[in-house]
Design a protein around this ligand. Structure first.
Ligand code: PGA
Length: 265
């Protein structure tokens, strides 16, 4: 087996989730080149661009170094065969992508279960690929019961991973109520910080090692833009960000990259 891809431990990890955008490959190329021009020169940031799958192969040829790499927005758990419409981690890896987003709330809303997410993570980890596992509650209740559900979601998604596999995983905390143009609320860095502790606690239970749990990279995602990126990086206890809408505007996104470059370690 090839050597597992390593996460950089001290760098900020800034992930662009382009979702189902842009409509043309030529536009994707223009966006990628604009972003990577800045991203390639940053010392404290690793940038991951996750375009639609159809653009991965061609954008892979534009990757210059480890500072700005590519990721897929999903991958199936089987390697090959009669699975119409699916793409395997093997195929993703062969495009030179290094990360795979798994269990995004928009996919969970289309029927993806924790068990499916778990199978995908295990399959992805057989390659030198890093899964970015999205977790987050749909809504919050005043009694804090959502934390119990969130713990169950994290536990089921990460079930059966060895401590070493767990330490290779990136977890993105994405409160569903704070994501996208139709977000119902605003998550604060303080609220994010509380959940980071919850994630670390569950990871420590799963790996039976607080040390392994501390090594897990945790990101925040949900309406991140140039106005709040610094707050999450400085006060959210996270090592990076997962960005949707703001990543489609190369100017705004590169500004966030510069904010991350300056954020304290
Ligand atoms: P948003 O999306 O930044 O547009 O809220 C984040 C995400 O869905 O990953």
């Amino acid at each position: 087996m090839q050597k597992p891809s390593k996460k950089s431990t001290s760098k900020k990890l800034i992930v662009a989730n382009w979702k189902m955008n842009p409509l043309k490959g030529s536009e994707a190329k223009k966006m990628f080149l604009g972003i990577s021009k800045i991203a390639n020169n940053l010392k404290n940031v690793e940038t991951v661009i996750c375009p639609p799958l159809v653009y991965l192969e061609s954008l892979g040829q534009l990757v210059e170094n480890r500072s700005c790499v590519l990721g897929a927005q999903d991958a199936f758990w089987e390697h090959s065969g009669a699975y119409t419409g699916q793409v395997s981690p093997d195929m993703v890896f062969n495009t030179k992508a290094r990360y795979v987003i798994v269990g995004h709330s928009e996919r969970r809303a289309m029927g993806e279960t924790d068990e499916m997410v778990n199978k995908k993570i295990k399959s992805i980890l057989q390659f030198p690929l890093i899964p970015i596992v999205c977790v987050g509650e749909n809504t919050r209740d005043e009694d804090g019961l959502y934390i119990k559900d969130l713990k169950i979601q994290i536990r089921r998604s990460l079930a059966g991973l060895t401590p070493f596999e767990l330490s290779r995983v990136v977890i993105a905390y994405e409160p569903v109520w704070a994501i996208g143009a139709k977000a119902k609320g605003v998550c604060t860095p303080a609220e994010c910080r509380e959940i980071v502790q919850v994630i670390q606690q569950v990871a420590a239970d799963l790996s039976e090692s607080a040390d392994h749990a501390r090594r897990i990279t945790i990101l925040y995602g949900g309406s991140v833009d140039i106005t709040n990126a610094e707050g999450f990086l400085e006060n959210g206890s996270v090592q990076g960000l997962l960005i949707g809408r703001a990543s489609l505007d190369p100017k705004a996104f590169t500004q966030i990259l510069k904010i991350a470059e300056k954020a304290s370690k």
